[in-house]
Design a protein around this ligand. Structure first.
Ligand SMILES: [Zn+2]
Length: 456
């Protein structure tokens, strides 16, 4: 399977570059990173429009340009190990590649292969009204793309396969969202990182909403202290020290709704976990350390993924005095604001958490000498609050896949709840992040995410 993913801004930029009001064809290029897994996903890094004087001809049914115009594009693709993608418009609505397109693509694919060390080449046609036709030239074969995903405030999926007839267990979902959205849910692959208090409840909801594939990442085993809040966990699981992801995979299997699960009982800070999570279409972060949050935020920028971050905070004195019960759901779209720009943590806090994970002795010493601020452990938690925040996150996801809210999805970048202070607010976020955003669309690099810790 082969997919292409872009941000909504990039997609709008490409649309404006190739579909002109004058009704004549135009062309633009993009450079893409790639994630090569069991499926291949190209992710857009940068868009390069053609200057007006680079065109030789712009007609309603054909477009040609000076070959010299693409030399700098091929140069940069070779230097930065990126894939070249050509996008052109068919303003007349012709919904397939023409013979002229075939000739042009064959010759461009050959140039790209010889210039860029046998790199693949992508060709996309945009039609008025938002339809897309796309194909990839890779290692001698030409494949139509199985999906073109556009990640913005809303999540738009083009050309995904129809999933056929609706089973009885999905009828009520179809009554809400219709056949198209139900079918889409059944093609999605979602990674949930952290499978405990909020994660297990997110997973339950995604599986019962017929999501096609789930990748579950959590290295921990079930302990008796978790039994108050991990859905489906039993005393026997705790006694057997069963990995959380295995217990959840078995529970989803017992549901019998056809969701495929990849349980990974490994730490997020491993190449295998990063590879698996970056093969997904969507990421939910249900983790409680800032370094894991920061890693996921960066991963989602490298691979142009939508990221839902869940957080719950209960402040209590341990003797029955409850000061605060609150939580938040952050939706982070690639190219937009980050958890850093939203002041959820500082880079110092990320470093302190990383030290605690990688060198607990040194961490303890610095904590004693008050060089760093401590990380909270074993915080108070109850399932009723976790369920509320997990439901907010899953409903936010559904509203972005199938917009049903009165307000635009952009108004829900941050949702905050305080049960103790009677607050539910949602806010937009118009910021961008230099730290996280500079790696947008880079895809696979060595080491992964440019992190020495992930060297193989
Ligand atoms: Zn064409």
């Amino acid at each position: 399977m082969t997919f292409l993913r872009a941000t909504a801004e990039q997609w709008t930029g490409l649309t404006e570059a190739v579909l002109h009001a004058d009704g004549r064809e135009a062309v633009a290029f993009a450079l893409c990173g790639v994630a090569r897994r069991d499926r291949v996903t190209y992710v857009v890094r940068d868009i390069i429009a053609l200057d007006d004087d680079a065109y030789l001809e712009r007609a309603p049914d054909r477009v040609t340009w000076r070959t010299s115009a693409i030399v700098p594009i091929l140069d940069r693709a070779a230097r930065e190990h990126l894939t070249v993608m050509k996008v052109h418009g068919h303003p007349g609505g012709y919904d397939r590649f023409s013979e002229l397109d075939d000739a042009s693509d064959t010759s461009l694919a050959a140039s790209v292969a010889s210039w860029c060390n046998d790199a693949p080449y992508l060709s996309v046609i945009m039609l008025p009204g938002g339809q897309v036709v796309a194909r990839a030239y890779d290692g001698g074969s030409i494949q139509p793309l199985d999906g073109v995903d556009v990640v913005g405030d809303d999540l738009v999926y083009y050309t995904r396969a129809d999933h056929g007839t609706t089973p009885d267990f999905a009828q009520r979902i179809e009554q809400v969202f219709g056949k198209r959205t139900l079918s889409l849910l059944r093609t999605l692959r979602i990674a949930v990182v952290g499978c405990s208090g909020t994660g297990s409840i997110v997973i339950e909801q995604l599986a019962r909403n017929c999501v096609g594939e789930l990748i579950l990442v959590d290295p921990d085993v079930i302990e008796e202290k978790n039994l108050n809040r991990i859905i489906n966990a039993t005393r026997e699981d705790a006694e057997r020290k069963r990995p959380k992801v295995e217990m959840l995979a078995a529970a989803i299997e017992r549901m019998g709704l056809g969701t495929r699960v990849e349980p990974l009982a490994i730490d997020l800070f491993t190449p295998a976990a990063v590879r698996a999570v970056s093969s997904a279409d969507i990421v939910f972060g249900c983790v409680d350390t800032v370094d894991a949050r920061h890693l996921l935020n960066q991963l989602c920028s490298f691979y142009v993924l939508p990221y839902f971050d869940l957080g719950v905070k209960l402040e209590a004195d341990g003797a029955g005095g409850v000061e605060q019960v609150c939580g938040s759901v952050h939706y982070l779209r690639p190219g937009g604001g980050s958890l850093l720009t939203r002041r959820m943590y500082t880079l110092d806090a990320v470093q302190a958490a990383a030290l605690r994970r990688t060198d607990p002795v040194e961490y303890a010493a610095r904590l004693r000498e008050k060089y760093i601020r401590g990380v909270n452990e074993d915080r108070p938690a109850v399932i009723s609050v976790n369920m509320l925040i997990a439901s907010l996150a899953v409903n936010d996801f559904l509203a972005r896949v199938h917009p049903y809210r009165h307000e635009s999805s952009s108004a829900y970048a941050i949702q905050r709840v305080s049960l103790s202070h009677d607050i539910y607010v949602h806010e937009a976020d118009a910021t961008t992040c230099q730290v996280v955003g500079r790696n947008l669309g880079r895809g696979d690099v060595t080491p992964l995410l440019n992190l020495a810790e992930l060297s193989e």
